[in-house]
Design a protein around this ligand. Sequence first.
Ligand code: ZN
Length: 309
Amino acid sequence: MGTLDLAQDLKFRQLAFDWLATNSANGSRSLTRQDIEAFQGNVPEARHRLMNQEGIWKPASLVATLSVTSGLTNSRHNPYVDRVTEGGLVEYAFTEAPKKQYQNDGLRLASTHGLPIIYFRAVRKSVFDAYFPVSVVGIDEDRRVALLDLAGPLEPYGRIDVDVAPRLGEIEVKYRGQVVKRRLHQRDFRSNVMFAYTSRCSVCSLGHAQLLDAAHILADSRGGLPEISNGLALCKIHHAAYDSNIMGVDSDHRVHVREDILQEAGGPVLEHGFQKRHRELLRVIPSNKEFSPNREYLAARFEEFRSAT
Ligand SMILES: [Zn+2]
C-alpha cells in the first residue's frame, strides 16, 4: 500500500476518531490496550492499528504521526507523565533512538500539515484515556519536544475541555498551564475512580458511564487529593445531592438524607433515589481495600453535612 494523500489520510483519522468516540462513550470511559487493538478488525477501511507499544506511532502509509502514547512514572505521588507549558500545551518528547528518527519526522509533518493526532495517556497499566483530535501546534527543536494542544479548536469530542466551562480560550494565557494540568488530573482521577467502582454509582448502583461522575469526598478546593480513596463514584443526581448536603455518607459508609427531604411527598426519584436510601449502606465499594473511601475523609465531610442540616 502506498502513501495516502492528505485527504485520504484525514479521512482515515476521522474514522479513527469516530471509532474512539463510540468506544470510549465520548471520552467518559477508559480503554484497555486490548480494546484499542480491536480497531483494526472493526473498520474495513483501516489497515492500521491505532497505537504503538509505546511512544510515537507513524504507520508507513500515513502522511504523519497517528498517535502518541504516554507511560506511567514510578512515582506513587504523581504517577502520570506531565509536562505542560505555561500556555497549556502538553510537551511530548521526541524519541532519541537513532533508527526511529522517522517517528519524530512524523510529528513534524503532523504539525506542518495540520493533521490531528490521538494522545493516549496511560492511567493504569495497559489502560489509557484517549484524547482526540489533538493538534500538534509546534515543535520545539531545541528541547526536542512536540507541543500538543489538547483543547484546541477542533471537533469537540474526547477532549479535556468538553463540558468544562470556561473554555480555555477565555482563560488568561499565564493560567492555562495550570488549568490544563488540573483538567488532565481530574480526568485521570475520574478514570481511576470509575475503575475502582466498576463504573457504578456507589449509592444507587446505576451503571452508565455517561451518567456518572467521580465525586471528591473532600473538595479539591479544601485540600482534598485526587486519589481514589478521596473519591466516590456517584450518578449525576447523587453527586449533586452530595455536594449540596442533601445527602451525606458517614464514616461507616451509611447514607443519610436530609430530614426535610425525608418528609417531602414527591415522585419516584425522591422516593427511590433518596428516601429509601436513607440509612442504607453504600451499595458499591471498591473490592480493593486500598481504594475504599477513606474513613477520616468521610468523617470530616460528614461533619459538614451535619452542620448544614
Ligand atoms: Zn446514584
